[in-house]
Design a protein around this ligand. Structure first.
Ligand code: FAD
Length: 317
């Protein structure tokens, strides 16, 4: 079932989660363990992230270093199929521009259509570490909007090869990312919102936000979106803070702010256990307010930590 249908048919705020594929070589059991712990809260859908290739330098044994491509967390499509098969829950694979030609994307979408996936979250992807800024694959897309166009075309039966006849139409519900505190590359919020609107105008049916720790950022973002004519559901993405080091790590990697009150609480905490509890309590407070003010779905970034999401869901749902 499509995410948009889940939202339209719901009489209350829905619960959903995002999970990461395990590191290459690890078992899928960690995913099943996360799912086992969270199924009691009836997730409406489960997002599975996609991780592009990275470059590592390995000792070639002759005093030289060899540049090698590694994909650390493969398996997004397989995990989606496994989850749907085992738990009868809808999945949302993330599809990115980075590292993909349009042909690669088309083939990936065909695979997803054939395994019965109804939803995709369409993203550009971040620059890889060896590149300062995002560089599209030759013959690939530069922006998420272009990938939305390709998926919309495929939903209409339009494939890249114009000579294909009697083509099957896919039927994906397409989601895109939004940034309550602005995407880090955008020169200003207004420009970022204009680009977000272009993704919606192209055919995306809902938005999932980057994590935020101050609900006012989300409420303002929703107001600003509505003011420029973005009418689709805007799903807040939530992540409980779990360690003291995340005070630096989260702003660094996700380009988000942490409220002073939360920072004070964490800085004055005595143990890792205390920090985790502070993070859980903060996220419960955020979740309850978002729910009261009508958020369509509360979407939790589990990052492989089912216990914290479980504690929050128990208090909220
Ligand atoms: P876009 O919408 O393409 O925007 C990227 C930047 O370009 C923005 O600054 C935008 O304002 C600007 N822009 C857009 N269109 C134009 C234009 N025509 N001209 C000039 N500028 C333009 N990354 C992964 O690798 N894998 C994942 O699974 C993943 N999941 C995510 C899930 C969520 C909910 C979120 C919020 C992010 C996720 N990311 C993931 C990270 C995401 O790929 C990065 O944030 C990336 O830098 C931007 O992706 P986007 O889809 O928002 O890009």
């Amino acid at each position: 079932m499509k995410v948009i249908d889940h939202i339209n048919q719901a009489k209350k705020t829905l619960f959903s989660i995002e999970i990461l594929p395990p590191l290459k070589g690890q078992t899928i059991d960690s995913i099943f363990s996360t799912m086992d712990q969270l199924m009691e809260f009836q997730p409406a859908f489960v997002d599975v992230t996609y991780h592009r290739e990275e470059y590592v330098f390995r000792n070639a044994g002759n005093g030289l270093l060899e540049k090698t491509v590694v994909r650390k967390r493969p398996g997004t499509v397989g995990i989606c199929a496994a989850i749907t098969n085992r738990y009868k829950v809808d999945t949302v694979p993330h599809i990115i521009c980075g590292g993909f030609t349009k042909q690669d994307t088309e083939d990936a979408l065909i695979d997803l259509h054939f395994v019965g996936v109804d939803n995709i979250l369409v993203l550009r992807g971040d620059p890889i570490k060896s590149e300062g800024r995002f560089v599209a694959e030759p013959g690939g897309h530069s922006y998420a909007k272009d990938l939305v166009d390709q998926a919309v075309n495929m939903n209409a039966g339009k494939y890249l090869d114009p000579d294909l006849k009697d083509t099957t139409k896919s039927n994906f519900c397409i989601g895109v990312a939004g940034y309550p505190e602005k995407h880090f590359e955008s020169p200003n919020m207004k420009t970022d919102l204009r680009h977000l609107k272009a993704k919606i105008d192209a055919g995306a049916e809902y938005i999932v936000t980057q994590m935020f720790f101050d609900n006012e950022a989300y409420f303002k973002f929703v107001d600003d979106c509505r003011a420029i004519g973005i009418t689709v559901p805007i799903i807040p993405g939530l992540k409980p803070l779990t360690t003291k080091s995340q005070l630096q790590v989260l702003p660094h990697y996700f380009h988000i702010n942490l409220p002073e009150e939360l920072v004070d609480l964490v800085e004055h905490s005595k143990s890792d256990k205390d920090v985790k509890q502070i993070g859980i309590d903060w996220c419960i407070r955020q979740s309850k307010e978002l729910m009261e003010r009508g958020a369509p779905v509360l979407h939790y970034y589990t990052m492989g930590k089912a216990d914290t999401t479980k504690a929050i869901a128990k208090a909220v749902f």
